[in-house]
Design a protein around this ligand. Structure first.
Ligand code: CO8
Length: 377
């Protein structure tokens, strides 16, 4: 039977860094100014005061120490709490395409391919700069790829779902070589005035080249031996930003700054509901493939929250794992939505030997879970 390999990966990391301390200082200045402005209403009990955020809480609750962003200007301004991103002309390259192309070039080189070898470009991210023309088609044109291209999203599981979609195309013969890119430009979608979520996301782009094993020549190739995709509807991680907002009868500028126009979640509920779904899916997948967890050399897990990952690891292994076994990148990158597990895979796979097995697993909004068992060729 023919098999599909990931034959190259790439990573684009933005240059601007925001530490927890910087973010918290801006939030607390915003909170103080807000509380001063509404002192009377707060004292009368009409509105609640905005409590301070803290770096200690963020690191303990999430494991995040800092994040990269495409644009830092404006985010730390307590009067604005939003990046300042001038509108790009339609003839200018989009941010997402630029991020994706940078990651793609590294993946193409590592796979030993030329852009013209690629006849399918799949661009998948949690948020998109525009609905159409597809960013994937723009990326296809910039790189000079052939064939066809399209965008897709399954929130935090977009990368694993896109890899699976690319596999289908390769196995059916509708493509010979696929590029999957995940430009996660998350920072403008964060509500920097919301203490519960102002620290969660960072920007990044990842890329993977997929092809049939028989055409691949790269040194580091990973055969995908099994894939499990699963979704369950939940509003616990949600954004309601959409093209209908501007048609609402009582539309105002303030409406665009309301909570539901940004990323919002019930973090505790997500924790409680999603965890059992994740380890049940992985347990079932290993059982189906008759693989003992002891044979799994590496777990490249979704990078949203360190405590979630520790929980999944303890359930699967019956013990804690070192970072060599289950790499952590969220301390440096924060939650990068669908790119997280791919950053971990990209940075921590070269040392594995032929025959070594690992799991790339993403989970998040939807709810959605995508789990790939891979084996080094
Ligand atoms: N500073 C200080 N204290 C705080 C802060 C803060 N910033 N925030 C909350 N607190 C307080 C709370 O008020 C609460 O106080 P009290 O106990 O007095 O009520 C206390 O700290 C505990 O609060 P929580 O219960 O909310 O804290 P948790 O321990 O649950 O941690 C987390 C919060 C970190 C959000 C955690 O719940 C979490 O990470 N959950 C999992 C979430 C997850 O994995 N989500 C995945 C979403 S990503 C995804 O699917 C992609 C979506 C699309 C992305 C779009 C791009 C933007």
């Amino acid at each position: 039977m023919r098999s599909v390999v990931i034959s190259g990966t790439g990573l684009f990391t933005p240059t601007h860094i925001i530490t927890n301390d910087e973010l918290v200082a801006a939030f607390n200045s915003y909170a103080d100014a807000h509380n001063d402005r509404h002192k009377g209403a707060i004292e009368r009990g009409e509105i609640a005061a905005v409590p301070h955020s803290s770096s200690e809480f963020i690191e303990k609750a999430s494991g995040i120490k800092r994040r990269y962003v495409m644009v830092k200007d404006g985010i730390l301004d307590p009067e604005r709490m939003m990046p300042i991103i001038p509108r790009r002309d339609e003839n200018d390259q989009s941010f997402s395409a630029g991020m994706a192309v940078a990651a793609a070039k590294e993946a193409i080189e590592r796979a030993g391919k030329q852009p013209a070898d690629i006849d399918l470009v799949l661009c998948g991210a949690s948020t998109s700069e525009r609905p159409w023309p597809a960013v994937a088609v723009e990326i296809q044109a910039i790189l000079g790829c052939s064939g066809y291209a399209f965008d897709m999203t399954v929130a935090c599981s977009t990368a694993t779902f896109a890899i699976s979609t690319a596999m289908d195309a390769l196995l059916s013969g509708s493509a010979r070589c696929a590029l999957v890119v995940n430009p996660e430009f998350a920072s403008p979608q964060i509500n920097y005035r919301d203490r519960d979520s102002h620290f969660i996301f960072g920007d990044v782009a990842t890329a993977c080249i997929l092809e049939l094993e028989e055409t691949s020549t790269a040194t580091h190739r990973f055969r995908i031996t099994d894939r499990q995709l699963k979704t369950y509807f939940s509003n616990n991680i949600r954004t309601s930003v959409n093209f209908l907002t501007k048609a609402e009868p009582d539309i105002t500028l303030e409406r665009f700054f309301e909570r539901d126009q940004f990323f919002a979640q019930q973090g505790r509920k997500v924790f409680k509901e999603l965890l059992p779904l994740i380890y049940t899916l992985i347990d079932g997948q290993l059982q189906k493939e008759r693989i003992d967890i002891g044979e799994i050399k590496r777990l490249w897990l979704h990078q949203a929250n360190i405590n979630m990952n520790l929980f999944v690891i303890r359930h699967l292994l019956g013990r804690d794992a070192g970072t060599a076994e289950a790499p952590v990148v969220l301390d440096e990158y924060a939650n990068t939505a669908s790119a997280g597990s791919i950053i971990a895979f990209h940075k921590y796979h070269d040392d594995l030997a032929s025959g070594d097995k690992g799991i790339i697993c993403s989970f998040g909004a939807g709810y959605s879970i995508g789990s790939l068992i891979v084996e080094k060729v």
